[in-house]
Design a protein around this ligand. Structure first.
Ligand SMILES: NC(=O)c1ccc[n+]([C@@H]2O[C@H](COP(=O)([O-])OP(=O)(O)OC[C@H]3O[C@@H](n4cnc5c(N)ncnc54)[C@H](OP(=O)(O)O)[C@@H]3O)[C@@H](O)[C@H]2O)c1
Length: 347
């Protein structure tokens, strides 16, 4: 499965590089000084030939479906589920470890679903060369839930999301900008990417609804929480909503634990948890906000309080989070996984 790797750098592929996540990959790789020997930037035939600068050099975008992956070590994929399904196995069979941002492989039993702050050891349990990045809303909820789950034992969690438009890609981001200008000029919003106007509006997440009334995003949060925490007995209910913010998802989270929850201990655990920053200033009413969560990697956590409505209020906690779904919810998490692969190869 592994190929000898020059530790001065790996041969890296970024697939979907022209998209919202793809562009963020390049920023995160640059910031984290990820060691790269050879780099290939791939997208659809629409983008072939486009020039993209990276670390002072210019790269020509190549077409993913014609690309020969031999000789490459790691591929970061963010080109959509259908493309991953069709292309990732070809890369994996050629010995390339694919870190996939889509939902295509997340629930496959032989594909680890990894949040490096939660289950880094799962990276080594892959049976084929594919590792899945969880759904962005799942990552943003589970990074702060993990230290609480380990300490108090999570029994039930109810989540309501406030999801930014860039979660639906570069075209959706443009749609909010364009619609906002149109509506302010007194014109119709004219939705193209989303099913409803998003400017000055919000609506249930734009994914299909199943027979029990859950949309696909909500199902992902439920299933992925069970897989990552390795516990199907945890009760999970989610309501996923698209809101007119450009970037970073926020989530209201209500929890019930097996053990009584001490608020001081909660602050202590969250305060030292990797990837978490407490923003909980009651005096100035300053709590997590998408604008402050954007362009950085921490999940901001605030509004930390007991939930007096729970059957056992002493075991129940409510809080509010915000995290950059393009970074920790996608690109940063995937690059962290790639760093774990580098560590594994250097041992
Ligand atoms: N946006 C987020 O916050 C987020 C978070 C977590 C996970 N994800 C997942 O990441 C993936 C990408 O999302 P995104 O938001 O970056 O979408 P996006 O902005 O629409 O970008 C899609 C990318 O995929 C490429 N692509 C499309 N069809 C292709 C094909 N047939 N062959 C090769 N490349 C193709 C596009 O290339 P062209 O420019 O050439 O069309 C573009 O680079 C999705 O699976 C999404 O679910 C997104």
């Amino acid at each position: 499965m592994t190929r000898e790797t020059n530790l001065e750098g790996v041969n890296l592929v970024v697939a979907g590089v022209t998209g919202a996540v793809g562009q963020e990959f390049l920023r995160v790789l640059e910031e984290r000084n990820f060691p790269i020997r050879r780099l290939a930037l791939l997208a659809s035939p629409r983008s072939a030939g486009k020039i993209i600068p990276f670390r002072g050099k210019e790269y020509t975008v190549e077409t993913l479906e014609n690309f020969d992956p031999s000789g490459y070590d790691i591929a970061l994929f963010s080109a959509g589920g259908g493309v991953s399904k069709a292309q990732a196995p070809r890369f994996a069979d050629a010995g390339v470890v694919v870190v996939d941002n889509s939902s295509a492989f997340r629930m496959e039993p032989d594909v680890p679903l990894v949040i490096p702050e939660v289950n880094p050891e799962s990276v080594n349990k892959r049976k084929r060369n594919i590792i899945a990045n969880p759904n962005c809303s799942t990552i943003i909820a589970l990074v702060p839930l993990w230290p609480l789950h380990r300490h108090f034992g999570l029994k039930r969690v109810v989540i309501a999301t406030y999801q930014a438009v860039s979660g639906a890609g570069a075209r959706a981001l443009e749609e909010l900008r364009r619609q906002t200008e149109r509506v302010l000029r007194g014109e119709d919003a004219r939705p193209e990417v989303f099913p409803h106007p998003i400017a000055f509006n919000l609506f249930s997440h734009n994914s299909e609804i199943d027979d029990e009334g859950f949309n696909l995003e909500e199902r992902k949060m439920i299933r992925e929480t069970h897989k990552i925490f390795e516990d199907e007995t945890i009760g999970v209910c989610a309501t996923c909503i698209r809101v007119p913010t450009f970037r970073s998802h926020a989530e209201a989270i209500n929890t019930e634990f097996a053990e009584p929850v001490d608020l001081e201990e909660v602050r202590f655990l969250l305060g030292k948890a990797p990837g978490v920053r407490i923003v909980d200033d009651r005096a100035s009413n300053h709590f997590p906000m998408p604008l402050e969560a954007s362009d950085q990697d921490d999940i901001l956590v605030g509004r930390i309080r007991r939930d007096p409505s729970a059957p056992r209020p002493e075991n129940a906690l409510a809080f509010f989070v915000a995290g950059d779904q393009l970074r920790k919810g996608a690109a940063t998490n995937a690059v962290q996984i790639a760093e774990l692969i580098l560590q594994e190869r250097s041992r």
